[in-house]
Design a protein around this ligand. Structure first.
Ligand code: G3H
Ligand code: 13P
Ligand code: ZN
Length: 289
C-alpha cells in the first residue's frame, strides 16, 4: 500500500538496513517488484525515470504504479519516487500528481544552481508533505566509463565532497541525499567499488538518509558494508534489465512458436522478481513491512 516515503526510509535508517528503489517503465517490471516485496514482507520504493515517463506518459505510469501498489501490494509499505528529475517542470508535475518523493537532479550544474533548484523543489514538495532527494557529485553511466578509462576524467573529482555535502544539505533542506562514492550506472562487475571511507565521513556529517545510486553489479559484501556505513536507500535498475533480457531470449529460443505476449514475458517477470528478492535479502529489508 502506498505510504509516505518518510515512513519507509526513516525506519530503515533507524534499524540500519536499506530499502531497494527499483526502476520501472512497464507492467511486467512493476509486477515483479511488488510481488517480490509481498513475498518477502518488505517495504519497497518503485521509481520511474524521466525517460520511463516519456515512454508511456506520466498519468499512465503513475496510475499503473499506484494501482498495483494499492492492490497486489496492499500488505506492504510502498512509495513512488521520481528518479533523476533534471527538469523542474517535470518535478512539479510529479509532485502534483501524487509521487511520494522526487529527485531534483541538478548535480551537473554548478553548486549555486544545484542549491537553487533543489531549494525550489523543496518549497514545492514540502507544502504537500512530499520528500525531495537531491544529488551532489556525479554518478556516471556507460559514456562516463569510457572517459574514465581513457583518463579524460578522474573518479575522485566526481565524488561527493563530505564537507560540501554538509553545507548543501543545510542550505537546501532536502530530505535524502544521492551521493557519488564510486559507483557507475550500469552493471560493471569487478570494476565498481565504493569508497567506504568517504561514505563514512559523509554519514558522520550529514544527518539525512543517504542514497546509493548505480547499485547493479555490486557484490553483497560491498552492499552490506555500505549499509553499515550509512546508506539507507539503494537504487537498482540494470540488474532487472539483464534478468528480463536473459529470460526473454531463453523463452523465445525454447518456445519459438509462442505469440501471446503474456506467455512470452512470464519468465522475464519471474526472473526479475527473483532478482528483487535477492536484493531485498542482501539489503536486510525482508520482514520489515
Ligand atoms: O539512473 C538511471 C536509471 O537507470 C534510469 O535509466 O533513463 O534509461 O530510464 P533510464
Ligand atoms: P543501476 O542501473 O546501476 O542499478 O543504477 C540504477 C540507478 O541508480 C537509478 O537511479
Ligand atoms: Zn541513479
Amino acid at each position: 500500500m502506498i505510504v509516505p516515503i518518510k515512513q519507509i526510509i526513516a525506519k530503515a535508517k533507524e534499524k540500519k538496513y536499506a530499502v531497494g528503489a527499483f526502476n520501472t517503465s512497464n507492467l511486467e517490471i512493476t509486477l515483479a517488484i511488488v510481488r517480490a516485496a509481498v513475498a518477502e514482507k518488505s517495504p519497497v520504493i518503485i521509481q520511474s525515470s524521466e525517460s520511463a515517463i516519456k515512454y508511456s506518459n506520466l498519468e499512465t505510469l503513475f496510475n499503473m504504479m499506484t494501482t498495483i501498489a494499492n492492490t497486489i501490494g496492499k500488505s506492504v509499505p510502498i512509495a513512488i519516487h521520481l528518479d533523476h528529475g533534471h527538469d523542474l517542470n517535470l518535478v512539479k508535475q510529479c509532485i502534483n500528481i501524487g509521487y511520494n518523493s522526487v529527485h531534483m537532479d541538478a548535480s551537473d550544474k554548478d553548486f549555486a544552481t544545484n542549491v537553487r533548484l533543489s531549494k525550489q523543489a523543496v518549497k514545492l514538495a514540502h507544502s504537500k508533505k512530499i520528500w525531495v532527494q537531491a544529488e551532489l557529485g556525479s554518478i556516471l553511466g556507460k559514456e562516463g566509463l569510457v572517459k574514465l578509462e581513457t583518463g579524460e576524467i578522474n573518479m575522485k573529482d566526481l565524488m561527493t565532497d563530505p564537507y560540501q555535502a554538509e553545507d548543501f544539505v543545510a542550505r537546501t533542506g532536502i530530505d535524502t541525499l544521492a551521493i557519488s562514492v564510486g559507483t557507475i550506472h550500469g552493471q560493471f562487475r569487478g570494476i565498481e567499488k565504493v569508497d567506504q571511507r568517504r561514505l563514512k565521513k559523509i554519514n558522520s556529517l550529514v544527518k539525512i538518509p543517504l542514497v546509493l545510486h548505480g547499485g547493479s553489479g555490486l557484490s553483497s559484501k560491498i552492499f552490506k558494508e555500505a549499509i553499515k556505513n550509512g546508506v539507507s536507500v539503494i537504487n537498482i535498475d540494470t540488474n532487472l534489465r539483464v534478468a528480463f533480457k536473459k529470460a526473454l531470449l531463453s523463452q523465445l529460443k525454447k518456445e519459438s512458436d509462442l505469440i501471446d505476449p503474456r506467455q512470452i514475458l512470464a519468465p522475464s517477470t519471474e526472473a526479475m522478481q527473483k532478482e528483487v528478492v535477492k536484493m531485498i535479502r542482501i539489503f536486510g529489508s525482508r520482514n520489515k513491512a
